[in-house]
Design a protein around this ligand. Structure first.
Ligand code: CP
Length: 310
């Protein structure tokens, strides 16, 4: 069984957690949600090194540390200049001398990998081009709460095969979900991610599929999930992407194809009228704000696993 404890474990991908470790972490997150305050992270400091904007990730890490007696320090791109003012390997070694863990939000996965290689404290991927594993922890916690199980559930992800989709594929397959990605040609998740997810699905009894029609994915699904068509850093592609993703929206009509008790998920921020209709995100099947809240509980459990012996 993979654990996240000493000597030093990083959390850069959902592949870093096998099924027992992931299920244990989700159980701990549920416990911490019921009893949020304590001293499990007393005396610990988390550095937040962010090269991109954030509401949920920054806030949830900060509050998670505070509620368990620790502290978080936010370091802005202008202060750190990762890769410009100073190479990632130097920043990683300096920060490691002063804090207990680092949450890094960056563009390139190579930068994250270099940072993790040189850091002597745990490094958490707070979003990179390749993955958004912290979001996936909160997503799985939300599904667990709403559905009470993973096995046999069908998750349909509609849209861009991006970092959120990649983490969902690996994490979902690990816990036994049947994950279908509906993406336009050229926007499917990378083959390497699909290969990991397929391996995990074979072990868990889950399934992984990529299709080109949103209707095919949504038919009978228990969970409909989407994300923005244009992620941070892709703004110059926005017009091309709007064309490519036309029809890849969660609309009321698409939702009607899903199971009657299907839930609708989005990691936020959302572009209403593009990847999701306003009526759907505001509707009774939407659980998007549960997902946002669960960032706090899931990441707190992650920090406890990485930094505490409890
Ligand atoms: N979902 C998510 O990661 O939100 P932020 O970009 O606001 O952190």
């Amino acid at each position: 069984m993979t654990t996240l404890q000493a000597p030093k474990r990083d959390f850069v991908s959902m592949a870093d957690l096998d099924a027992p470790a992931l299920l244990k972490l989700l159980e701990r997150a549920a416990q911490l949600k019921a009893q949020p305050r304590g001293d499990l992270l007393a005396g610990k400091t988390l550095a937040l090194v962010f090269e991109k904007p954030s509401l949920r990730t920054r806030l949830s890490f900060d509050v998670a540390m505070a509620q368990q007696g620790g502290r978080a320090l936010y370091l802005s791109p202008a202060e750190v200049g990762l890769g410009q003012r100073e190479p990632p390997r130097d920043v990683a070694r300096v920060i490691s001398r002063m804090v207990d863990a680092v949450a890094l939000r960056t563009h390139e996965d190579e930068k994250l990998a270099e940072f993790a290689r040189y850091a002597s404290v745990p490094v958490i991927n707070a979003l990179s081009e390749g993955e958004h594993p912290c979001q996936c922890l909160a997503d799985l916690l939300t599904i667990r709460e709403r559905k009470g199980r993973f096995a046999g559930l069908r998750l349909a992800y509609i849209g861009d095969g991006n970092n959120v989709a990649n983490s969902l594929l690996i994490g979902g397959a690990t816990v036994g979900l049947d994950v279908t990605i509906a993406a336009p040609e050229g926007y499917a998740p990378p083959a390497a991610v699909l290969a990991i997810a397929e391996r995990r699905a074979r072990e868990s009894g889950g399934a992984v599929r990529v299709v080109s029609r949103p209707e095919e994915a949504a038919e009978g699904a228990d969970i409909l999930y989407t994300d923005v068509w244009t992620s941070m850093g892709q703004e110059q592609e926005a017009a091309v992407r709007r064309q490519a993703f036309a029809g890849f929206s969660i609309t009321r009509r698409l939702l009607a194809r899903a199971a009657p008790d299907a839930i609708v998920m989005h990691d936020l921020p959302a572009h209403r009228g593009e990847e999701i209709e306003d009526d759907v995100i505001e509707g009774p099947q939407s659980v998007v704000f549960d997902q946002a809240e669960n960032r706090l509980h899931a990441q707190k459990a992650l920090l406890v696993a990485l930094l505490s012996r409890a």
